[in-house]
Write a protein that binds this ligand. Sequence first.
Ligand code: 13P
Length: 249
Amino acid sequence: MRKKIVAGNWKMNNDLAETEMFLVDLKKQVFPENVVVMIAPSFTNLNQAFESLREHPVTVVAQNMNQNNEGAFTGEISAKMLKSIGVNTVILGHSERRAYFMEDSAILAEKVNTALENEMTAIFCIGEELEDRKKGNHFKLIKKQLFEGLFHLSNESWKNIIIAYEPVWAIGTGETASPEQAQEMHNFIRKTIAENYSKAIADEVSILYGGSVKPDNASEIFGQDDVDGGLIGGASLKVDSFMKIVNSF
Ligand code: 13P
């Protein structure tokens, strides 16, 4: 059975002291047994978060990594570095990486390969811009992102892939996809995987929704058949709102 997941993507928020405060509070919480909870702090706080949460059922995730295993890539972080501090999961292809850091599908496919070669799990983000949706191109675009980023993978690799559907127009805008729009796209993603791989593989992949998920809209979104949880930005920065979302299934 596929997993229910709530992952907090902190983006470029929370310094050392703020991370410490969050962790102290997080460790006092009771976590539901049927939900995998993840947080993705910045690189500088990953080690702190991993060490602090050693005995807790929360997975510490990186927000990005380089596609190369090592070498002269000033400012970059490798899979080996992440693994050496206990981090085995990485977000790849977030729309902010695609838009502001010129990460195209070719680079992202390489990053996915590097993650899998290093026995990591990738949370692979896809999502259309508002213009694409207005023109009715959103399904075509999502299919293209799936093909270019993931559809070179072997059947076996899919057990280490989580997909996050994040419509760009809903990120940080307060505007969410309606539960029906989320379900429609998640179902399309699952069907596309089934057509190109198998129903068995498609049924096992967790597909998370991201884009202005808040405590007051999470349960309706998570209640959709093909929505297996969420990738949460702003509302993951406070333990209180994050935990309300974690408890929204
Ligand atoms: P918000 O929840 O702040 O809209 O961000 C969503 C997101 O980009 C998570 O990766």
